[in-house]
Design a protein around this ligand. Structure first.
Ligand code: SF4
Ligand code: FES
Length: 330
């Protein structure tokens, strides 16, 4: 086992664990945000830079710091490592810059975007973004593409996290799309239309951290915060049949995979469950789903939420600047 500290909190983990995975074992405010890493998709991570952390001590053998901030999702821990996340102003400044960078080309169309309320970039901007833009250049523009009858691609909103590419590769087993070109002309290939042939293609919607891939059967039906997420299941021959049913009264507006506190689905679900079973009698409703994510979808639901505070170690002490955390519950 390797010993390290993250934001002054000690933890022991197995060799091969990344800093982000170690932080998730501790949990709470010190977990770096992640827009491209997805624990269920191998090879994911290392694309978006939102998870940057500072390594103040590399290891017990080599106590030198790492000169640049590192991506916590793809940096393995070393014995004796000292990591700073929210205890480092440098990290918080870098995160702010990464949000600004991601928004250079991302349209500010949250008011009409179906992902609003459960968008990782929206949440990240809320916590780390600036309230004004410093750019006046035009954003990139792409035509909106229908991927069959069920999924829509808004390439304008894509942050090129590659998650949908990994889903097609690893879950559908039949990848026919990918990221083309480099630099500001980089895009998800339009050949993505063909991915719809597979029973598990709808999972690209659940893994997309922004509103680039949306469910055509749900588009513009409701803002997510007006719906009640309920755990539901059915006997499905293709997947586990365990889903979240998003309900308004007794009507089911949409079906998604059950997401954990990091916005990752617990189990990938099939297209039949997701797109074809929208009647109440298709499902056994288990009860309200606890939304543990810090997001506007938690508003008016079940949890009291806290804004992460900035903790700075001064002379070995932990000073919590925001002792009075704001209560965001509805
Ligand atoms: S479409 Fe969504 S999931 Fe695919 S690369 Fe873009 S942001 Fe990521
Ligand atoms: S989550 Fe680590 S680089 Fe994207």
């Amino acid at each position: 086992m390797l010993k390290l500290t993250i934001d002054n909190i000690p933890i022991e983990v197995e060799e091969g664990t990344t800093i982000l995975q170690a932080a998730r074992k501790i949990g709470g405010k010190i977990v770096p945000p992640a827009m491209c890493y997805y624990s269920k998709l191998s090879g994911s991570g290392g694309k978006c830079r939102t998870c940057l952390v500072k390594v103040a001590v590399s290891s017990a053998k080599d106590p030198r710091p790492i000169a640049k901030l590192v991506a916590s999702c793809s940096t393995p821990v070393q014995d004796g490592m000292v990591v700073q996340n929210i205890t480092s102003k440098e990290v918080l400044d870098a995160r702010k810059a990464v949000v600004e960078f991601l928004l250079i080309n991302h349209p500010l169309d949250c008011p009409v975007c179906d992902q609003a309320g459960e968008c990782d970039l929206q949440d990240l901007s809320f916590l780390h973004g600036m309230d004004e833009t410093r750019t006046e250049e035009d954003r990139r523009e792409f035509p909106v593409i229908d991927i069959g009858q069920l999924i829509k691609l808004h390439m304008n909103r894509c942050i090129l996290c590659y998650r949908c590419v990994y889903v097609a590769d690893q879950i559908t087993g039949k990848r026919v799309h990918g990221v083309l070109y480099r630099g500001d002309v980089c895009e998800i290939s339009t050949y993505i239309e063909n991915v719809i042939d597979n029973d598990f293609s709808g999972n690209v919607i659940d893994v997309c951290p922004v509103g680039a891939l949306t469910d055509r059967t749900f588009r513009f039906k409701s803002r997510v915060w007006f719906l009640k997420p309920m755990d539901a299941h059915r006997n499905c021959p293709k997947c586990s049949g365990k889903v979240t049913a998003w309900m308004f009264g007794k009507e089911i507006y949409r079906i998604t995979g059950r997401k954990d506190m990091y916005g990752e689905v617990e189990e990938f679900i099939c297209n039949e469950c997701r797109f074809e079973k929208k009647e109440l009698n298709d499902w056994v409703i288990e009860g309200p789903r606890k939304i543990k994510r810090q997001s506007v979808i938690s508003a008016n639901h079940y949890e009291k939420l806290e804004i992460p505070s900035i903790i700075e170690p001064i002379a070995g002490e932990m000073i919590n600047k925001n002792a009075d955390n704001a209560d965001l519950s509805g």
